[in-house]
Design a protein around this ligand. Structure first.
Ligand code: AMP
Ligand code: MN
Ligand code: MN
Length: 327
């Protein structure tokens, strides 16, 4: 594994001729926006690029979906670099690792702590709010002009990961980069409409069910919500419709740790989202204890059990974590 700084990452990209771009399972705005922006930047540089996505792009990010292709290892064998964005380990990749060409060097660009031995090259910067910010700076080094589409994709990345500039990872750099993206054509109102004003009626119905499940733990310092696959189906909602529901639990006064458990479509595993309000309540430490990861204020785990089986165990673990925090 070779750890790169921004300058050497730029050189590696500049010397590539055909790049395969990958992201994480249940892709969010930072993942999708970063994949699209890198794809467009490479094409501008005269480098061929392919971005793979397995599942349909969620409706709110659909304005960026035309550039994605379904994984098809037979379509080309000319890749000379794979780039994983917003995905710190191979197990989090959306694409089945068996489909990824094994003889092509893999670069990981991420603001998560990267599992370094799983990649050939690593460009990590945990101080950045979004991978979109890292790419913006990389494109400046590469002197790639920002098109409106690139600016929109990067702006979507920044607002998603900063929670519209409200999360603890929001810093001056995120605002400064956003100003440049707006100057390059990203319209904040239009993008907010795509991403935050595009709920379906089914999504609001499923939100109602999720709010019904709300439980407070440890004298109101914890909030827990959950959704079974059966309830989601009964509401006709898609899994992607539940992104950010955990923030309703986090929004409660006095709640330090919020958790949301969503049973996956095979009803055989559960995706756990964890949120806190301040870095000193480090939910990524708790997530790592359970086999997951993430950032201090936003982390996640995947549990391999049905919801009904996992919920009591998780409730116990979460309560113990909250009770271990200084009051
Ligand atoms: P989410 O709650 O799905 O939005 O995820 C919040 C954060 O936790 C993201 O930064 C993810 O990288 C991380 N995360 C989510 N699920 C997992 C997982 N199964 N394993 C490791 N990290 C995860
Ligand atoms: Mn992400
Ligand atoms: Mn991210």
């Amino acid at each position: 594994m070779k750890e790169l700084d921004r300058k050497h990452t730029a050189t590696l990209l500049r010397n590539a001729s055909h790049v395969l771009i990958l992201g994480h399972a249940n892709p969010d705005g930072d993942c999708i926006g970063s994949m699209v922006a890198l794809l467009l930047a490479l094409k501008t540089m005269g480098i061929q690029a392919t971005a793979w996505a397995v599942a349909p792009i969620p409706l709110k990010y659909r304005f960026m979906d035309s550039l994605f292709q379904k994984p098809d290892p037979a379509s080309t064998n000319s890749w000379d670099l794979t780039v994983c964005l917003d995905t710190p380990c191979r197990s989090r990749l959306e694409v089945d690792p068996a489909l990824i060409p094994s003889d092509v060097p893999m670069l990981c660009i991420d603001h998560h702590r990267i599992s370094k031995d799983e990649f050939d090259y690593v460009y990590e910067d945990t101080s950045q709010s979004a991978v979109g910010c890292m790419l913006y700076e990389l494109f400046c080094d590469l002197a790639v002009p920002l098109s409106r589409e690139m600016a929109e994709a990067l702006y979507a990345a920044v607002i998603t990961d900063t929670g519209c500039f409200t999360n603890r990872n929001t810093d001056i750099r995120a605002f400064e980069i956003s100003v440049e993206l707006i100057k390059a054509g990203a319209d904040p109102g239009t993008l907010a409409e795509y991403i935050y004003l595009s709920a379906s009626v089914d999504q609001l119905r499923v939100l109602g069910e999720v709010l019904e499940s709300l439980e407070l733990l440890s004298d109101g310092r914890g909030a827990l919500m959950y959704l079974s696959d059966a309830t989601r189906r009964a509401c006709m909602a898609e899994s992607a419709d539940t992104e950010n529901f955990v923030n309703y639990a986090r929004s409660i006064f006095g709640v330090q740790v919020a958790a949301m458990l969503i049973e996956a479509e095979d009803a055989n595993h559960v995706r756990v989202s964890l949120r806190s309000k301040e870095r000193s309540v480090n939910v990524s430490d708790f997530a790592r204890q359970l086999g997951g990861g993430g950032h201090p204020c936003a982390a996640g785990v995947t549990a391999h059990a049905p919801l009904a089986e996992y919920l009591p165990e998780f409730r116990r673990e979460l309560t113990a974590f909250i009770d271990s925090l200084p009051v």
